[in-house]
Design a protein around this ligand. Structure first.
Ligand SMILES: [Zn+2]
Length: 337
């Protein structure tokens, strides 16, 4: 729903009734469509206008808007450090952006429980990086395995792996130069895709003013918290800090009722892959940069990329426990001056 339609709806529905109709009813028992995600964000901006700002930061190849939500405590203090989260790079990883929506919900709707995370920090969240790919993956059961975006890539094929299209180590390791590769096509050059360009712009903006401290990109699956580098078998200088912060998130999760078994390790631990957003964010100045791979198994039920709807709620809640612990430590390690 666009802003103008939203406003008209408000007018027709009456000022009191409408927030209740389109307001922040985040349901954790289903996967929202691109349009429903938009409605949810609009509802939050309407209901919590003192603490929430929406911003259109880019447009996908098929002309869907990429929107961030900036969440603050509304005190108007400028220059706070920033936690930046994105999700949904890969079309089939539906749980990833669903998790991002739950994080938004915790910070905005459950503000009273979480306001300690907003005293000295702002959170900027891009819940859906690849709306075209996601919408395609929902459109037919045959398409559910789609991963890339939807821009024509060459040789009559479609799509680039957005998480191979960033500049750092572009083309290294587990990336393909074949436009018809179903999963890992890296693009003709770094930043050929509107979606990766959009994230590049945001990351550069947040590091130019020195505010961006944590970059967190949510993917599925694997129950892993990864840190740079991904593109080479080298060790970053503050790897201990990354490891400590990731392990504190894992410890917090381990105290929940049915904890997933997470590991923390560098992105290169399994295989090298160049062109990732995690490496790029770290390289341009985010001192902390992680990929969060959500679990693909619950108890003895293995669902991989496709968690059944009845598990969404406990999965997103568990992840929030970990993200919260991670954020607490980020704020401690990198206080706003
Ligand atoms: Zn992914």
């Amino acid at each position: 729903m666009g802003l103008s339609i939203f406003v008209i709806t408000v007018f027709l529905g009456g000022a009191f009734a409408v927030p209740a109709l389109v307001g922040p009813f985040y349901q954790t028992n289903d996967y929202y469509t691109y349009e429903e995600i938009g409605d949810y964000l609009d509802g939050l901006a309407w209901s919590y206008s003192n603490r929430v700002v929406l911003k259109e930061i880019g447009v996908s190849y098929e002309n869907r808007t990429l929107r961030t939500i900036t969440i603050s405590n509304g005190d108007g203090r400028p220059g706070k450090n920033v936690i930046f989260i994105d999700a949904g790079f890969h079309a089939r990883e539906w749980l990833a952006h669903t998790t991002a929506l739950n994080i938004i919900n915790e910070l905005v709707v459950n503000y009273d429980k979480n306001k300690d995370l907003l005293d000295d920090y702002e959170w900027i969240i891009l819940p859906l990086v690849n709306p075209d790919g996601y919408t395609y993956s929902r459109s037919d059961i045959e398409r559910i395995d789609w991963r890339k975006n939807r821009k024509p890539s060459g040789n009559g094929c479609i799509g680039t792996d957005l998480n191979r299209n960033f500049e750092v180590g572009w083309g290294a390791g587990d990336a393909s130069d074949d436009p018809c590769n179903f999963q890992l096509y890296r693009g003709e050059a770094p930043f050929t895709e509107p979606e990766s360009q959009t994230i590049q712009r945001v990351l550069l903006e947040l590091t130019a003013n020195n505010r961006g401290k944590l970059y967190l990109s949510i993917h599925s699956y694997g129950a892993e918290i990864l840190y740079p580098w991904s593109y080479a078998k080298e060790t970053i200088k503050n790897y201990k800090e990354h490891l400590e912060i990731a392990e504190k998130a894992i410890q917090a999760i381990s105290k929940t009722s049915r904890p997933s078994k997470y590991v923390a390790r560098p992105g290169n631990a399994m295989y090298v892959a160049g062109g990732s957003s995690m490496d790029y964010a770290y390289k341009v100045g985010f001192p902390l940069s992680f990929v969060w791979e959500l679990p693909g198994i619950r108890g003895n039920e293995e669902f991989k990329f496709y968690p059944p709807k009845y598990l969404i709620r406990e999965l997103v809640r568990e992840t929030w426990v970990g993200v919260r612990a991670m954020a607490k430590n980020v704020i401690k390690y990198y206080p706003t001056s």
